[in-house]
Design a protein around this ligand. Structure first.
Ligand code: AMP
Ligand code: GLY
Length: 423
C-alpha cells in the first residue's frame, strides 16, 4: 500500500515511525519530510502548503491513503482536494478545519453550544477594541483570529501592553489577515492539559493525555516556543476529570460541528485548562499536537494506520484503540538561541544503540550527514513503567545525542512528577 504523509517536522516523524510498524505499507512518502525523516520515508520536495503539488503527486504515485498533519494545508483544503481525486485521507476537510483556522469561529461555537471556555469579546474595529481595553479586567488575553505560527496569543499584564498587542495585530498586521479580527478574552488559571482524540464524527476516542512545556527556559521562564518537551499521561488529568471533559467538552464539540454541517474527522486536539471551577477549552487544534504526538504515539498499542483508516471510513466505533500503561517523556533539543536567532548546519551524532526514539524536526542531509537545520532540531522520547522512569531515561538518552550549540530544558516532566505526588 502506498501512503503519504504531508508535513516535515517532529510530529510527522513520529507519525511516520508509528505507521512504519504496519507491514502492509510498501511505499511511505513524506512531503516534504526532512533529513531525519529520510531514514524512515521517501522525502519529496513539495511544500506542505502546495495543495496542487500534493494532489498531483498523490495521483501520479498511486497514493492509497494520505495523512495531512499540519494546520496550514488542512485549513487550505488539502483533504478536500485529495478526496476529490478519490484518495482517502486522515484529517478534517476545510469546513471542519476552521475550528483551528478561526478563533472567532471556535469561540462562537463554544458559546452557542454551551461548551466551557474563557469569556470573550470579538473585535473587527480597532477603536472599539481599544475602548474595551480601557476597562477590561487584567491580565487580559489578546488573540489573533487566524493562524499565526503559534504566536498569535498575547497575555497582557497592563492596558498599555494589551493595546499595543491589538495595534500590532489590527493596525500593523504583523500576522497579516489573521489579525483582521481579534478575540479579547478572560485570563484563566490552572494546570494545562492536552488531549488529542480520534474522531470520525460519530465516535470520539480520546488518546492518552499529555503536558506540553511551551516556554524556552527551565521553570517555565523565557519566550514561548513551539514546545520544548512533553510528558504523557498528564497527572492532573484524573479519571473523574476525563469523564467530565468527555461529557461537557469532547462529545458536545463533536455534536456541535455536526449540527453546523462541519463534521470533523481526524485528530481533534483539545487544549484544556483545569480551572478552579472546572475544565475549560483554551484552544482547539484540527491536528496532532507537536510535540505531544512524540509522547502519545509511542504509547499507542493499536496499529495507527488501521485507526486512521477507520477514522476516514467512519468505522471508529468498531475499531480498537488501545494505549499501553506506562508513561513517555520527550525532551526537545534545540539550537542555542531559539526561539530567537540561532546557527545551523552542525552535524548531529545519534548513537546507534540509543534506548529511545529520535524524532527529527529541523534536520537536513548534507553530503549524507544529518545536520541541524532549524530552531527545534529533534526530540528524544523514552517510555517507562512510570513517569519518573520515562523522564530519567529520556534525559540519559538526550545526553548521548550531540551537536554544536545544542540546548534543552533540564526540567521537562518535573512539574508533572510533583503533581503526581499531590493528585
Ligand atoms: P496558543 O498559542 O493558543 O497555544 O496559546 C498559548 C498559551 O497561552 C496557552 O498554552 C496558554 O498557556 C496561554 N493562554 C491562552 N489563552 C489563555 C487564557 N484565556 N488564559 C490564560 N492563559 C491562556
Ligand atoms: N503543542 C501545541 C500545538 O501543537 O499546538
Amino acid at each position: 500500500m502506498n501512503v503519504m504523509v504531508v508535513g516535515g517536522g517532529g510530529r510527522e516523524h513520529a507519525i511516520i515511525k508509528s505507521l512504519r510498524k504496519n507491514p502492509n505499507i510498501t511505499e511511505l512518502y513524506a512531503l516534504p519530510g526532512n533529513g531525519g525523516i529520510a531514514t524512515d520515508a521517501t522525502c519529496v520536495d513539495i511544500d506542505a502548503k502546495d495543495i496542487a503539488g500534493i494532489t498531483a503527486f498523490a495521483e501520479a504515485h498511486g497514493i492509497e491513503f494520505a495523512v495531512v498533519a499540519p494546520d496550514d494545508p488542512l485549513v487550505l483544503g488539502a483533504v478536500d482536494a485529495l478526496e476529490a481525486k478519490g484518495i482517502p485521507c486522515f484529517g478534517p476537510n476545510k469546513k471542519a478545519a476552521i475550528l483551528e483556522g478561526s478563533k472567532v469561529f471556535s469561540k462562537n461555537l463554544m458559546k452557542k453550544y454551551g461548551i466551557p471556555t474563557a469569556a470573550y469579546e470579538v473585535f473587527s474595529d480597532l477603536e472599539a477594541a481599544l475602548i474595551y481595553l480601557e476597562t477590561a479586567p487584567l491580565p487580559t488575553v489578546v488573540k489573533a483570529d487566524g493562524l499565526a505560527l503559534g504566536k498569535g496569543v498575547i497575555i497582557a499584564e497592563t492596558r498599555e501592553e494589551a493595546q499595543a498587542a491589538v495595534r500590532s495585530m489590527m493596525e500593523d498586521k504583523i500576522f497579516g489577515e489573521s489579525g483582521s479580527n481579534v478575540v479579547i478574552e478572560e485570563f484563566l488559571t490552572g494546570p494545562e492539559v492536552s488531549v488529542l482524540s480520534f474522531t470520525d464524527g460519530k465516535t470520539l476516542i480520546p488518546m492518552v493525555s499529555s503536558m506540553d512545556h511551551k516556554r524556552a527556559l527551565d521553570g517555565d521562564e523565557g519566550l514561548n516556543t513551539g514546545g520544548m518537551g512533553t510528558i504523557a499521561p498528564n497527572p492532573y488529568y484524573t479519571k473523574d476529570i476525563a469523564k467530565q471533559c468527555m461529557k461537557e467538552i469532547f462529545l458536545p464539540t463533536m455534536a456541535a460541528m455536526n449540527a453546523e454541517g462541519r463534521t470533523f474527522k481526524g485528530c481533534l486536539y483539545f487544549g484544556l485548562m483545569l480551572t478552579p471551577i472546572g475544565p475549560k477549552v483554551i484552544e482547539y487544534n484540527c491536528r496532532f499536537g507537536d510535540p505531544e504526538t512524540q509522547v502519545v504515539l509511542p504509547l499507542l498499542e493499536s496499529d495507527l494506520l488501521t485507526v486512521m483508516q477507520a477514522t476516514a471510513a467512519e468505522t471508529l466505533a468498531e475499531t480498537e484503540v488501545i494505549f499501553r500503561a506506562g508513561a513517555a517523556c520527550c525532551v526537545v533539543m534545540a539550537s542555542k538561541g531559539y526561539p530567537g536567532l540561532y546557527e545551523t548546519g552542525y552535524p548531529i551524532a545519534i548513537p546507534s544503540d540509543l534506548d529511545g526514539d529520535v524524532y527529527v524536526a529541523g534536520g537536513q542531509l548534507r553530503d549524507g550527514m544529518l545536520c541541524t537545520a532549524g530552531g527545534r532540531v529533534l526530540g528524544v522520547t523514552a517510555t517507562g513503567d512510570t513517569l519518573k522512569e520515562a523522564v530519567e531515561k529520556a534525559y540519559r538518552q538526550a545526553g548521548r545525542v550531540t551537536f554544536n550549540n545544542a540546548y534543552y530544558r533540564k526540567d521537562i516532566g518535573q512539574k508533572a512528577l510533583l503533581a503526581a505526588e499531590e493528585v
